[in-house]
Design a protein around this ligand. Structure first.
Ligand SMILES: *[C@@H]1O[C@H](CO)[C@@H](O)[C@H](O)[C@H]1NC(C)=O
Ligand SMILES: *[C@@H]1O[C@H](CO)[C@@H](O)[C@H](O)[C@H]1NC(C)=O
Ligand SMILES: *[C@@H]1O[C@H](CO)[C@@H](O)[C@H](O)[C@H]1NC(C)=O
Ligand SMILES: *[C@@H]1O[C@H](CO)[C@@H](O)[C@H](O)[C@H]1NC(C)=O
Ligand SMILES: *[C@@H]1O[C@H](CO)[C@@H](O)[C@H](O)[C@H]1NC(C)=O
Ligand SMILES: *[C@@H]1O[C@H](CO)[C@@H](O)[C@H](O)[C@H]1NC(C)=O
Ligand SMILES: *[C@@H]1O[C@H](CO)[C@@H](O)[C@H](O)[C@H]1NC(C)=O
Ligand SMILES: *[C@@H]1O[C@H](CO)[C@@H](O)[C@H](O)[C@H]1NC(C)=O
Ligand SMILES: *[C@@H]1O[C@H](CO)[C@@H](O)[C@H](O)[C@H]1NC(C)=O
Ligand SMILES: *[C@@H]1O[C@H](CO)[C@@H](O)[C@H](O)[C@H]1NC(C)=O
Ligand SMILES: *[C@@H]1O[C@H](CO)[C@@H](O)[C@H](O)[C@H]1NC(C)=O
Ligand SMILES: *[C@@H]1O[C@H](CO)[C@@H](O)[C@H](O)[C@H]1NC(C)=O
Length: 666
């Protein structure tokens, strides 16, 4: 008896532990401790005795003899303050410098990547000749992202170093590995893409008092013929939001709040770390800069004030997505008049064609943003649908004026901008350029008139892909992982999951696995020929300007797309009070995924064979309701309590929250 009882307790204890553990946390790239020791050495120049000691967590005794350097490879991007423990120095004038780079392309003991458009950043110098002890970078020299750190001495002195550490500063309010979401499948690349997106956003989440001060912003342009100093000073000490943490565009650069992230990074944050606090402080900073006429800023201060129609709309999308994920109706009510004023400002661009005529060129750095632009109109159409949902949530009514305007946009864009020969919308009436952004958004926004038209666009976009992904001809030779994130959603919405998977593997697989990248974060943009070059950034003369950000929140679309479309867990009402379970597994044979909202856990787990489900289970919070779409599947949903709902044409409606298992067969 005693033996049996003890035997029975073992699985019980194991399941209790499993409940508290974060599933699949072996994929999480965030460090276990905020005290990070470099794990490996990339290269050594000059005479350095016992360099390997510096990769030992307990430190050791490494001696730099004369001018010498050691470059560490963290194997992934990290962020924070460099801290050196100095044992001794043979002379009082000894210095140790630190340089940082995200890509192996730009490793140098003389300079770091650029954090501004002014050239390369100066090394940080520590006056270690002053004596033994710990030398830590000042807070304003928080370095937002680097995979490679070079430690360099520049005199003939012998300097012994006990340890080199990075005090990890990103995501200051998070328990770094306590993810609330998870994603696992039989495809390791897809799994790594999900976690790299989550981690990229953690790196982009910063202490708001360490925003980029942009000391040189805009004072140098590509047309200026001036000689730059070899390196320029840099510091991150501008307070960009209230609170203790905020979501920015890029970890190294810009370290500013940019509205584009509200349409991509926000959802990927929600399904991985649930750090909506950092999203809220960011949104509130943008809202605090609303102009009396309702216009919202292009970016947070200290960026200069510029009008952008689309970025204005991304802030409005941020408000609806934040509400959708947090369920915070009081917050929405508090900001509703600002939202309506913002929408009104956008609607004032509608002319007698029924379309918005865009007169502000600023967008995601694409070119030719003007006139009756398809991207701007598709996003406006999307925002009008979202606005109806918010109005319904707050006041139990929709606005018929908005509905009329939305219908006008839909019919006018389809009349004037649709090119049936190309199977794509053109950028505006006077061009034959068919952009990626407007076509992806047209599907996402449901600007298309039929599922057939969406499918046509999906095929036409697919036909343009190259070896490195989906091009954005509206920005010369650019591949934009930001707009690519919308295209990814578009293929799922057009019911072309195989194309979505192909895009994931080609484009985000390249961004993860190419040796010039960080194997952990996603770059902001690159070139259709695979060069690490972004057409909108014309290089400043005299400098190669490796200012590209290799950890950019707007490139993290796959994380949310995998949780929503592939795992099938769609929120349709406040924090998932209503939902839709509609997995699009493509060619995966196994998926196990979930994420939490304020209402609880949304999770699914299934196995497939020969394009059919072999087993399937999903869970949604008690008290919620939803619908199930398992196209082509015959079977019955069975709840934990034994309740049964037969699928009709693979679908079921009005399904109560809880845990349901698919029983196959009629
Ligand atoms: C560290 O090594 C240097 C020479 O390589 C030596 O002079 C020094 O005494 C060592 N320090 C300790 C604490 O062992
Ligand atoms: C080493 O770097 C420091 C900091 O920039 C500088 O003050 C010093 O003159 C340099 N020493 C040599 C020998 O270049
Ligand atoms: C740039 O300035 C230098 C002298 O400072 C001059 O020799 C050169 O011709 C100028 N280049 C251009 C393109 O104006
Ligand atoms: C940021 O640091 C720079 C350089 O040290 C300094 O000039 C500036 O006053 C600082 N700004 C703030 C807001 O502290
Ligand atoms: C910070 O909070 C204050 C008080 O609520 C508000 O007036 C201000 O606009 C906020 N600033 C930012 C940048 O969010
Ligand atoms: C129309 O689109 C083309 C292609 O993007 C662009 O070159 C042109 O500038 C646009 N027209 C306006 C008025 O912005
Ligand atoms: C858009 O507005 C601008 C500024 O009022 C005007 O010059 C332009 O002709 C308009 N474009 C179209 C296509 O109506
Ligand atoms: C919402 O409005 C509908 C009619 O438009 C009404 O039947 C319903 O009772 C209202 N719900 C609430 C909560 O006021
Ligand atoms: C409906 O939208 C129009 C245009 O934005 C606005 O003037 C009106 O106040 C809105 N009505 C309600 C009830 O919100
Ligand atoms: C429509 O697309 C076709 C094929 O790309 C192109 O040849 C044609 O010029 C386009 N027509 C218009 C009116 O833009
Ligand atoms: C998309 O728009 C069509 C009308 O053009 C409408 O019938 C359909 O319900 C819309 N789909 C969604 C998902 O809102
Ligand atoms: C990239 O990181 C993964 C872990 O996320 C690791 O398994 C793989 O070996 C790394 N690839 C390279 C080339 O270092």
């Amino acid at each position: 008896m005693h033996f049996l009882t003890a035997w029975r307790l073992v699985p019980l204890i194991l399941s209790v532990i499993a409940c508290g553990a974060v599933p699949y946390d072996e994929y999480i790239l965030a460090p276990a401790s905020r005290n990070v020791t470099p794990p490996s050495i990339y290269q050594v120049n000059g005479s350095v005795v016992n360099s390997a000691d510096l990769t030992n967590v307990n430190g050791g005794n490494t001696t730099f003899q004369g001018p010498a350097s050691v470059t560490f490879d963290f194997g992934r991007s990290v962020a924070g303050l460099v801290s050196l423990d100095i044992g001794s120095s043979s002379t009082r004038d000894a210095f140790i410098g630190a340089t940082f780079t995200e890509s192996s392309l730009w490793i140098s003991s003389l300079a770091s990547d650029g954090t501004a458009d002014s050239g390369l950043d100066s090394p940080l110098w520590f006056p270690v000749g002053r004596g033994p002890g710990i030398y830590t970078a000042e807070k304003k020299h928080t370095r937002g992202a680097f995979r490679y750190l070079t430690i360099v001495t520049n005199t003939t002195a012998s300097v012994s170093v006990r340890s080199v550490r990075v005090i990890f500063t990103a995501a200051p309010s998070q328990d770094l590995r306590a993810y609330t979401g998870y994603f696992n499948s039989d495809d390791e690349l897809i799994n790594r893409i999900w976690y790299a997106g989550a981690y990229t956003n953690q790196l982009c989440t910063i202490d708001p008092s360490t925003g980029n001060s942009l000391p040189f912003l805009g004072i140098i342009s590509a047309d200026d013929n001036i000689t730059l100093p070899e390196t320029t000073p840099w510091y991150s000490n501008y307070t960009i939001s209230n609170g203790t943490s905020t979501l920015t565009d890029g970890a190294k650069r810009d370290r500013l709040i940019w509205p584009g992230d509200m349409s991509i990074a926000l959802e990927s944050v929600s399904v991985s770390t649930s750090d909506l606090y950092s999203v809220r402080t960011a949104l509130e900073a943008l809202l605090s800069q609303q102009k009396p006429n309702g216009r919202l800023p292009y970016a947070s201060k200290p960026f200069r004030d510029i009008t952008s129609f689309t970025y204005h709309l991304h802030s409005l999308i941020g408000i609806s997505y934040y509400y959708q994920h947090s369920g915070d109706r009081a917050w929405l009510a508090r900001h509703w008049s600002r939202y309506q004023k913002g929408l009104q400002w956008a609607l004032s661009s509608i002319d007698d064609t029924g379309m918005a005529n865009i007169t502000a060129s600023a967008d995601w750095l694409r070119f030719g943003m003007g006139s009756h632009n398809i991207e701007a109109n598709a996003i406006l159409y999307f925002v009008l649908q979202e606005a109806q949902g918010l109005s319904q949530a707050l006041h139990n009514q929709t606005n018929s004026t908005w509905a009329t305007i939305a219908n006008g946009i839909k019919s006018a864009t389809n009349k004037h901008l649709w090119n049936a020969t190309a199977g794509l919308y053109k950028d505006n009436e006077t061009t034959t350029l068919h952009p990626q952004d407007g076509n992806a958004w047209a599907i996402k926004a449901n600007l298309t008139l039929s599922a057939n038209q969406s499918s046509t666009i999906s095929s036409a976009l697919r036909a343009r892909w190259g070896k490195y992904g989906a091009p954005a001809p509206e920005a010369k030779d650019t591949i934009s992982p930001f707009i690519g994130g919308f295209e990814l959603q578009a293929h799922f919405i057009a019911n072309q999951p195989d194309r979505a998977f192909e895009l994931l593997r080609t484009q985000w697989g390249f961004m993860l696995d190419d040796p010039r990248m960080t194997n952990s974060t996603f770059i902001e943009g690159y070139s259709t020929d695979g060069a690490i070059h972004y057409a909108p950034y014309s290089d400043v003369p005299g400098s190669s300007v490796p200012r590209l950000s290799l950890a950019h929140g707007w490139s993290t679309g796959p994380t949310a797309a995998l949780s929503f479309y592939v795992a099938g867990l769609h929120l349709t009402g406040r924090a998932g009070a209503t939902w839709r379970f509609a997995p699009q597994p493509g060619n995966l044979s196994r998926v196990d995924a979930g994420y939490k909202t304020a209402l609880g856990l949304f999770a699914s787990k299934f196995a497939r064979e020969n394009d059919a489900y072999r087993s399937l289970n999903f869970t949604t919070p008690q008290g919620t309701f939803g619908e199930v779409q398992l196209a082509g599947t015959d079977g019955t949903l069975v709840s934990e309590a034994g309740e049964k709902i037969p699928l009709v044409d693979g679908a079921a409606t009005n399904v109560r929250g809880g845990s349901w298992t698919l029983q196959l067969g009629d």
